[in-house]
Write a protein that binds this ligand. Structure first.
Ligand code: FES
Length: 317
């Protein structure tokens, strides 16, 4: 099913650091926006048939959403377009915010760990925790102070509420020791991490003895290469089509080529937008969004990056 979209207009663009721009997006007709819980992301449709997810900096209560986008030299289009082509007044289509990185609002202690632009969902969480009057601490790592977006804002949030901010810059030889941060947190603490792959890997290692329901992370990019070996076919049960997946194509490419509509956003196995039910067959899971239990059950597949170990997959599409 095609996803419903609504129109947002770029109302303001701000330079936050040398390589981070923030965008304020509002309804051009002043319609109220769906509220976005802390940690949620927005799917934006950008020119060139690009669809990209961006974490929201706040809940959209003031009638606008705000996102921050880092200029990525390896950008596959989203960051490049927003940094070089986007202008105030332009309109974009968006899908209602989704939250795959939800904040537990009843935790006695929340530990937030951010690397670089991974600060965006954690900033929304710090704001929300302040509103709830809960205790939080944020550990924020970046290469240097001038590349630390929202540092002043976070300092003000920490001073306003029950938060504490700890910053780490490699340029100042202050390095984040995730294992030490986790060790110092109480056993009931909920721990959150967003940032580059290495940081998330360290976080997973440091929290392996914690109950999984208290450990939350959001990756920017998948660790595993997408399955593009091909050599299998997918039977799309609802549309009655059979799709051959050839070498060099992902399962998602093949499904879209066959004219079957399937929502997708990151195309990297991170966001979960393209999740599809598997009726039969054995997926070759390469994603970062299913849980280990879901992968073992083989009841779902992330077709933007995963393929098949069996010669045929039957999908609920
Ligand atoms: S599109 Fe994001 S996981 Fe497939």
């Amino acid at each position: 099913m095609p996803q419903e979209t609504f129109t947002l207009q770029i109302r303001q663009i701000r330079l936050e650091t040398d390589d981070v721009l923030s965008f304020e997006l509002a309804s051009p007709t002043q319609n109220p926006l769906p509220v976005a819980p802390a940690g949620a992301h927005l799917e934006l449709h950008l020119p060139g048939a690009l669809q990209r997810s961006y974490s929201l900096l706040d809940e959209g209560l003031g009638g606008c959403y705000r996102i921050a986008v880092k200029r990525e030299p390896q950008s596959r289009g989203g960051s490049a377009w927003l940094h070089s082509q986007a202008r105030v007044g332009q309109t974009l289509q968006a899908q209602a915010p989704r939250n795959d990185f939800a904040l537990n609002e009843h935790a006695p202690e929340s530990i937030l760990i951010a690397g670089g632009i991974g600060i965006t969902p954690l900033l929304a969480m710090a704001r929300r925790l302040n509103r709830l009057g809960h205790r939080w601490s944020l550990h924020y790592a970046a290469p240097s102070p001038d590349r630390m977006a929202y540092r002043d804002c976070l300092q003000a949030l920490a001073a306003d509420g029950h938060g504490s901010l700890h910053t780490y810059c490699s340029s100042e030889d202050r390095r984040l020791d995730i294992a030490a941060v986790v060790r110092a947190s109480g056993p009931q603490a909920h721990l959150y991490c967003c940032g580059p792959a290495g940081l998330i890997d360290d976080f997973i290692t440091a929290t392996q003895d914690r109950p999984p329901e208290r450990v939350h992370y959001e990756r920017f990019a998948a660790r595993h290469a997408a399955s593009t070996e091909g050599g299998y076919e997918a039977l799309l049960a609802r549309s009655g089509k059979t799709v051959k997946v050839s070498a060099g194509r992902t399962l998602l490419d093949a499904i879209l080529d066959a004219g079957v509509d399937i929502p997708y956003a990151c195309s990297q196995g991170v966001c979960g937008t393209c999740r599809t039910r598997v009726i039969s067959g054995t997926p070759d899971h390469r994603d970062e969004c299913l849980t280990e239990a879901e992968r073992q059950s083989n009841e779902a597949i992330i077709p933007c990056c995963s393929g098949a170990l069996s010669s045929t997959l039957v999908l609920d599409l």
